[in-house]
Design a protein around this ligand. Structure first.
Ligand code: SF4
Ligand code: SF4
Length: 238
């Protein structure tokens, strides 16, 4: 009888989604940032809530929790925004096995308590150093031109920063493999910024603002008002 290799899905410890959400409910800025970016989107929707700009990836455990409580979400089908079949396939292929792509009813019908973790963390991801330390928040660089928060990092509240760090400390303690996934994301960030000879803006877990050199990961402290702005937000700041 030939040997057969049987692949078992990795054991994923359960998360307490209700606690995760209630601990990470703090608005990102005092100002409603959606009102700051939406006027710049031709369809008047905040960019991160516009399915043509961002498709939320949600942990299956969140999806199970959400399905029984709200009609806010449905599986993303890619049937809007004239997405090409190969683009849809690429996004599906890039989605980690522990996650599902969802679409919501839209910003006008948002239910804040049922926002996914990906909504709450946007535009940030946990930055992991090359020697595997979670040192703070870095932003999704693809949204530099659209997201008002990225051009106004000094407006991010201390409470939000604390909640973000607490959430990912908890998540990484339960799911170490997620920290590895974000370590890869951070590596991509270093490559992207290095190719442009730029440093990575970072909201450190110590409360400070820094620019991180992508090659050496040396940190240089910087006043928030000196951080870069982009696109229309730079023009508006003068
Ligand atoms: S996080 Fe950025 S893209 Fe999303 S609503 Fe706020 S400013 Fe707009
Ligand atoms: S659930 Fe709310 S915050 Fe999340 S994408 Fe939809 S409208 Fe935006």
């Amino acid at each position: 009888m030939p040997f057969v290799v049987v692949f078992m899905p990795p054991h994923i410890p359960p998360l307490n989604i209700a606690t995760l959400y209630s601990d990470f409910h703090t608005p990102i800025t005092e100002t409603d940032c959606g009102q700051m970016c939406a006027p710049h989107n031709p369809n008047g929707t905040p960019f991160c809530c516009d399915i043509c700009h961002a498709v939320p990836a949600v942990y299956f455990q969140e999806w199970e929790y959400l399905q029984g409580r709200t009609d806010l979400w449905h599986p993303w089908r890619g049937d809007k925004c004239q997405a090409k079949p190969e683009e849809i396939q690429k996004l599906q292929d890039e989605t980690p096995p522990s996650m599902i792509l969802l679409a919501c009813l839209g910003a006008a019908r948002c239910q804040r308590e049922y926002r996914a973790l990906s909504c709450r963390q946007f535009p940030f991801y946990p930055y992991i150093t090359d020697d595997f330390r979670f040192i703070g928040l870095a932003y999704e660089w693809a949204f530099e031109e659209q997201c008002w928060v990225i051009s106004n990092l000094g407006e991010v509240s201390a409470a939000y920063r604390r909640a973000f760090i607490h959430t990912f400390d908890e998540l990484f303690s339960r799911w170490p493999q997620e920290m590895e996934a974000y370590a890869l994301r951070s590596e991509e960030a270093r490559a992207w910024f290095a190719a442009r000879r730029r440093r990575i803006p970072l909201l450190h877990r110590n409360g400070g603002y820094y620019l991180l050199s992508p090659g050496s990961e040396r940190l240089a402290r910087i006043p928030a008002e000196k951080l870069p702005r982009f696109g229309m937000y730079r023009a508006a700041a003068g």
